[in-house]
Design a protein around this ligand. Structure first.
Ligand code: ZN
Length: 112
């Protein structure tokens, strides 16, 4: 095993690349980048947990545990009903106060 240096996405903190250019490309399109105005950084995005029975549509009752429901308060629908490409550059987008970007902006560190 070998320890290597890599680049991590500063928005989603999940994506890691060995190549800096590849990471820059990812950050540009990352849904957690507030500049994309995607659901992940939007104040209208609500996450709810529900208990689901996977088989309920087919008349079975197989408990599958809690499921995550991503909901858009502005569009009044769940995110799985909105195509991925429509989940960014949204007109209803407003910054989530919990995002690092919003905190920086509010403290005046990101004045443009
Ligand atoms: Zn990312």
């Amino acid at each position: 095993m070998k320890n290597v240096a890599a680049w991590q996405c500063e928005f989603c903190h999940r994506k890691v690349h060995m190549n800096k250019t590849h990471m820059a490309k990812h950050e540009f399109v990352c849904f957690h980048n507030p500049r994309r105005k995607a659901c992940q950084t939007c104040d209208n995005h609500i996450v709810e947990w529900d208990e689901e029975y996977t088989g309920h549509r087919f008349g079975e009752a197989t408990y599958s545990g809690p499921i995550k429901i991503d909901y858009c308060e502005a569009k009044e629908t769940t995110l799985d009903k909105i195509p991925r490409w429509k989940q960014c550059e949204c007109k209803e987008w407003k910054p989530k106060e919990s995002t690092l970007w919003a905190r920086k902006r509010n403290s005046g560190a990101c004045k443009s």
